[in-house]
Design a protein around this ligand. Structure first.
Ligand code: F6P
Length: 341
């Protein structure tokens, strides 16, 4: 193989630039040319590209976002699959494509591979919910940001004798909530995988306050259902047709305040969790994945993603990433729950 394309699609995630850098540096080492595709699938359909050489990726290892840009466009939603990408592929001589994206992006990457384009996936999401890999880069950074926020919210909650409900991202899974909850010492963590009981949570809060801890921190994953008696909020959809989540914590805080009569406040962390510099472990993971993805493409592999199993980077069929969404196992959630008292 002499020319590989690389694109980042879907929501951004700390570590994307480290993957791109890994691809480009390894490509130069083995004599492969890299074409960067701008703004995700949109650039592939509209022929927006840039040459990527070693000097173009110096200084980006610790930078958030993606130097290539991203979008939530999709060749199977906004185009007609491989046909809508062929012009860009042939004009740039691209023989194989490295696609860095979440489950929606990997689904489209798999379809392109099935249509005959050699494709390697690199799973990315702060949500950590992609099946077939033990962990995704960006997750550790999001957890660190949420944990730092909880530390800050704890001191103001304590000063004012308040309950603070902290809402974190994660879409339909509670990885960020559970890890940030453990790391930040949360008094309850509500995640979509397991039902919650607000009466029990209110009891815990009352007990804590009687014991002299006149504040509590409740971590809520954005994808949990509203409390009983509250209408699900009307949500706009994103370009993939997913609900644009965010805000359920206001209903949960309202219900907690009613039940406990303790003053309650909400903090929705939102996109802060996706911005800024990746933590060291995400930089290392993203770099390893970028180097491995280039090697897989250069070895003629297709329809696989570079995944983590144990401490190894392995090639896993992309199909696995599209068949299920990985939730928080009971034992990890149970560890968080040891401290709900
Ligand atoms: O999948 C990553 C994620 O950050 C989710 O946690 C969140 O629900 C969603 O993307 C937000 O997407 P957008 O950037 O389109 O608002």
């Amino acid at each position: 193989m002499s020319v590989v394309g690389v694109l980042t699609a879907g929501g951004d995630c700390p570590g994307l630039n480290a993957v791109i850098r890994g691809v480009v540096a390894r490509a130069e080492q083995v004599g492969v040319e890299v074409v960067g595709i701008r703004n995700g699938w949109e650039g592939l359909m509209k022929d927006r590209t840039m040459q990527l050489e070693r000097d173009d990726v110096r200084g980006i290892l610790g930078r958030g976002g993606t130097i290539l840009g991203t979008s939530r466009m999709d060749p199977y939603v906004h185009g007609d699959g491989l046909t809508s990408c062929n012009r860009t592929l042939s004009r740039n001589g691209i023989e194989s494509l490295i696609v860095i994206g979440g489950d929606g992006t990997l689904r489209s990457a798999m379809k392109l591979a099935e249509e005959g384009l050699p494709v390697i996936g690199v799973p990315k999401t702060i949500d950590n919910d992609i099946a077939g890999t033990d962990v995704t880069f960006g997750f550790a950074t999001a957890v660190q940001i949420a944990s730092d926020a909880i530390d800050r919210l704890t001191t103001t909650a304590e000063a004012h004798n308040r309950v603070i409900v902290v809402e974190v991202m994660g879409r339909t899974k509670g990885w960020i909530a559970t890890y940030a909850g453990i790391s930040g010492g949360a008094d309850a963590v509500l995640i979509p995988e397991y039902p919650y009981d607000l009466d029990a949570i209110a009891q815990t809060i009352r007990k804590r306050h009687r014991a002299g801890h006149s504040y509590s921190i409740i971590v809520v994953a954005e994808g949990v259902k509203p409390p009983k008696g509250y209408e699900p909020p009307v949500m706009k959809k994103d370009a993939f047709g997913f609900d644009r989540l965010g805000g359920v914590s206001f209903q949960i805080a309202d219900a907690i305040e009613d039940l406990t009569q303790f003053e309650t406040r909400v903090s929705v962390l939102g996109h802060i969790q996706r911005g800024g510099t990746p933590v060291a472990s995400d930089r290392v993971l993203a770099t390893r994945l970028g180097v491995a993805a280039l090697d897989f493409a250069n070895d003629g592999m297709t329809n696989v993603m570079a995944a983590v199993q144990g401490n190894e980077i392995v090639a896993v069929p992309m199909k696995i990433a599209t068949e299920s969404i990985r939730g928080v196992p009971e034992d990890i959630y149970a560890t968080a729950a040891v401290f709900f008292n």
